[in-house]
Write a protein that binds this ligand. Structure first.
Ligand code: ADP
Length: 543
């Protein structure tokens, strides 16, 4: 028992003794006042007067004595003395029927000490009552028996019913105590769980904020609070700064700011936003996601999780800048190597050996040039994005040209042109040639010896589907999900040279045209890459 509970318990005993005795004292006081008012001269009667005095004295004791400090049985003294006092009053004034006052100490004893209290209370008061009444009766006949027994029988009934009610109360109290104990344990456990969750959230290196359904921040973990406290850089949710999209250039409209979306109760997947002006030193990038959580039946909110990815993105940018400058420097000398070798190959007087050697040099420099172009293209696309220059063109013509160029270096892989629907459209021919070249060269590179590549075009009035199928190594499910990620190269193909950039660039070009690229593959059997392009001069989608 805690010290607080113990104090409450002590206060409870003291109060209940006083209140029980107060009822007795008040009843006797009411009788006394009535007798005084009616001017009944009972106080000259010494026994009656002493009974009244004892009851008042006991009431005073009930108020003053700290019963909780005495052994529990000492409380019995008070009702027992009450019974004695009532007997004295009864002896003094038999005509007043004060025997009914026995009921109060009997109830008290039966409710406090249950079985033994009931026995003691009813027994003692009955014995005293019978003794007094019998002593007053000079000639005792059988007709007096029922008259004398009415009061003891009543007292016995009161004692039994009080005892039973008290026993029932106690049983209920035990159940209630047990239930409140269980509740207390459950509450303690849930508080512990809450504390543990808070501690876990505080250890996370990223910010976690919970907004309630009235768009107020209800909880922010330590990481988020420390971002707010540093005050030198913008934090997600800061309304004092402009928010830019992942490309770091496009300003996000107010309704698309992550915290505004969360305040609307919207869920959103992780996306990068930049806070602060492009040239600002304090500009920060955050990867922010919002997830709805149901707290109670009628209250929901959104948890916003934000990671500071500034350093990561700056490192990527530094890598891209380096790549761009290195590849840019490499491109010019390589172009001139390829150009001069081509010129040299035109010389009819070349010996066969020199011609073969020069052809190898040309092939290698072409390959290097295509790798360098991919790298340059990718870093340029990340820095400034693609810009398309659309014009009327036919995709079938592009495929035929690309196939002709590819056949020159197809080796033992056979390149077939299947069904080629005419596909006139308004698009960027240069960029789409890049896509076709990339898909065809991949299909040849990752093929088996003496395999084949088939290119088809199926056009409808709405869209055009260009498919490049090969009989090569194929791809697993997990490889297919990562295929379009920059620098990704499937483990099974790492023995063949490449940068892992071509598919990413190709998909970006397809998406800029409002289309996309999908892949279907069976490991060991081959793959089909399909480019879907809308027919109309689509402005492209932002993704
Ligand atoms: P690269 O070919 O320069 O590595 P890509 O972005 O064009 O870069 O291709 C990424 C990866 O996808 C390749 O490294 C290869 O593992 C896989 N891949 C692409 N095309 C095919 C294909 N037709 N068959 C099997 N794997 C392929």
């Amino acid at each position: 028992m805690s010290s607080r509970t113990r104090r409450m318990h002590r206060l409870g005993i003291r109060r209940s003794v006083f209140l029980s005795q107060l009822v007795m004292g008040s009843c006797v006081l009411a009788l006394v006042v009535l007798l005084l008012v009616l001017n009944v001269g009972v106080f000259a009667q010494y026994t009656f007067f002493s009974g009244v005095v004892i009851i008042f004295a006991l009431t005073a004791c009930g108020a003053v004595v700290d019963w909780s400090r005495l052994p529990l049985w000492t409380i019995v003294i008070v009702p027992v003395l009450d019974i004695v006092a009532v007997t004295l009053m009864r002896i003094g004034q038999p005509s007043l029927a004060v025997a009914f006052f026995y009921i109060l100490p009997v109830i008290w004893l039966a409710s406090y000490f249950e079985r033994w209290g009931a026995l003691l209370g009813a027994g003692l008061s009955s014995v005293l009552y019978i003794a007094v009444t019998a002593s007053e009766t000079s000639s005792f006949g059988t007709t007096d028996v029922p008259r004398i027994l009415v009061v003891p029988i009543t007292l016995a009934l009161v004692a039994v019913s009080t005892y039973r009610a008290a026993a029932r109360n106690r049983a209920q109290r035990v159940i209630l105590d047990r239930q409140s104990g269980l509740l207390e344990t459950a509450l303690e456990r849930s508080k512990k769980g809450e504390r543990l969750l808070d501690e876990v959230l505080d250890t996370l290196p990223f910010g976690v904020v919970r907004m309630n359904d009235s768009a107020r921040v209800e909880f922010a973990n330590r990481a988020y609070r420390s971002w707010v406290a540093r005050q030198t850089a913008p934090v997600p949710g800061d309304i004092g700064y402009r928010v830019y999209a992942a490309d770091a250039r496009t300003v996000l409209p107010e309704h698309e700011r992550p915290f505004v979306r969360a305040a609307r109760g919207e869920e959103f997947g992780e996306s990068v936003v930049w806070m602060g002006e492009p040239e600002s030193e304090v500009r920060r990038a955050y990867a922010v996601a919002g997830q709805r959580v149901d707290v109670t039946d009628d209250s929901t909110g959104v948890v916003v999780v934000a990671r500071d990815v500034t350093t990561e993105l700056e490192a990527v940018k530094a890598r891209d800048d380096l790549m761009a400058s290195v590849t840019h420097e490499l491109k010019n000398p390589l172009t001139s190597v390829a150009g001069f070798v081509e010129l040299a190959l035109e010389d009819p007087e070349l010996s066969d050996v020199t011609r073969r050697q020069l052809e190898v040099v040309l092939k290698s420099s072409d390959r290097m040039l295509s790798l360098v172009t991919d790298l340059l293209e990718a870093s340029r696309a990340r820095a400034v994005g693609f810009t398309l220059s659309r014009a009327p063109m036919d995709l079938a013509d592009i495929v035929r040209d690309a196939a002709e160029a590819a056949r020159a270096r197809s080796g033992d892989v056979e390149l077939r042109l299947g069904n080629l629907d005419d596909a006139p459209m308004i698009a960027d021919a240069f960029r789409l040639r890049q896509v076709v070249d990339n898909l065809v060269s991949n299909a040849m590179k990752y093929n088996r010896a003496n395999g084949s590549v088939t290119v088809t075009i199926h056009a409808t009035s709405d869209d055009v589907k260009l498919a490049v199928s090969d009989t090569g190594v194929g791809l697993t499910e997990s490889e297919m999900t990562q295929l379009f990620t920059q620098y990704y190269r499937a483990p099974s193909t790492r023995n063949v040279g490449g940068t892992g950039l071509g598919l990413n660039i190709s998909r970006e070009i397809a998406r800029q045209h409002g289309g996309d690229i999908s892949v279907h593959s069976v490991p060991g059997e081959g793959s089909t890459f399909t480019v879907h392009l809308p027919r109309s001069g689509n402005e492209g989608e932002e993704r």
